[in-house]
Write a protein that binds this ligand. Sequence first.
Ligand code: F6P
Length: 548
Amino acid sequence: MSALTNSSLWQTLKKHRETLASLTLRQLFSEDPARFDRFNASAGPFFLDYSKNLMTTETLDLLLNLAQQANLPQTIQKMFAGDLINRTEHRAVLHVALRAGRDAPPLKVQGQDIRAEVQQVLKRMETFVHQIRSGEWRGYDGRVITDVVNIGIGGSDLGPASVMTALPADCTGPRVHYVSNVDGAHLTYTLKSLNPAQTLFVVASKTFTTQETLLNAHSARSWFLDAAQQEQYIAQHFVAISTNEVEVSRFGIDPQHMFGFWDWVGGRYSLWSAIGLSIALGIGMDKFNELLAGAHEMDEHFRTAPLSRNLPVLMGLIGLWYINFFDAQTHAILPYDQGLERFVAHIQQVSMESTGKSVTLDGETVDYATGAVVWGGAGTNGQHAYYQLLHQGTHLIPADFLLPMRSRVPLGTHHRVLTANVLAQSEALMRGKTKEEARQELLAQGMSGEALENLLPHKVFPGNRPSNTLLFEELTAHTLGGLLALYEHRTFVQGTLWNINAFDQWGVELGKQLARSIEPELSEQGMTSVHDGSTGGLIHHIRDTLFG
Ligand code: F6P
């Protein structure tokens, strides 16, 4: 048994969970009229109602003790202090330093104060953003840049893309497009309506070795040169964001047109660094700074608020409660804001790449579940697609409902209807509909006898399905920054409690290695090497189909 599952606290939580087996949320609310007041917390513009969870004050106390047992407060301080908490890569984890602002206190990474470097890159970004947005920086034929194409994948795509999707009202600069997939259709269709003379490519890759990004960047370069004809024009149309100057130069981008960042910024936490350049080009540097400031506000809350009032801590612990004590395997993020559609995909990477681990920091295999499958999408669309399974399916799927209370795009009664729907969904999941309630409803509709009895079981909703509701005032750059940081820290909390490294991602390597060796085998002259029967069979089938 691991130290965690062997701990008396873990065992107490297990027993405690059994005592809750017969309790229902309906009951908990009817027994405690103050439940809503007891189970909420706020931070800046955010208000979290976590009363619709299968927990009591005792549960919360036990979970908070578990956090103390895991040294969560100390580990939070270590992250902010720049300790090398990413132990397998021997790195600090300091995306928080990117948004700490000009007046941040000194912060040393391996003896070096990093504040000046952070500010320097922000300054360079600001100058460049101004040049592009003002039209001072022009394309090779003298016309202004109208379109920016960010070429990146994973953290070099999802974070920036999710921000740009969330803030259409702030997009005042050139149109910003994102190309990530190595499927050539992604680049081809994106470029179809663009004019090479007015397009800027931002090649975003922390390592600058990512196959998909480099291939897309090379193809973009060919597309550009087909029109521009002269290599010298590349300088005006390609910039890079990376930590790898050597590879950037090898690609043919002048290091002067490279924006750097540092190994202490994880890919999935990098939108706050120069990787956010496409955001700043689209919404301007002032709004980008608002995004950083909103995240910093959440960082300060996370760093200083007591665990029992700390939003990321509470959300992390509640998530863990279901994963480890209710065998929940997935977690739904359900934003009621169309702009947050991509947010789910970004948080999916933040969470799943971070907590998809099965050995502890000490290299021992865990004997408890770790990260959940994170999924979801914008309400109300999901209501007409997958919510059926949430309401009447056999899985327990804890959900986070997110809602800006005010719309930035008011249109008649739309936002009130949206709000009513999100509240109705969490209420329905929690309350359900009993057999008796369903029977009365059918009777009222004039149904009776065998027909009623046959239909009745299908009309029952088990209810007792947990959710959080996170309200915030409006989806601005500032609140979005806070929201992103909240989920980053929620992930950190879970990683710390599970004693895993939430900052590496070795699991993605094997597939990359194999793809590199399979790719030449797919050409007409390619030689196939030894594979398992299935993979070998598929390679032959594809080759036979394509080349006969
Ligand atoms: O393969 C996974 C990954 O390394 C992610 O962690 C990262 O966000 C993505 O690939 C892109 O990496 P890079 O920015 O180095 O191209």
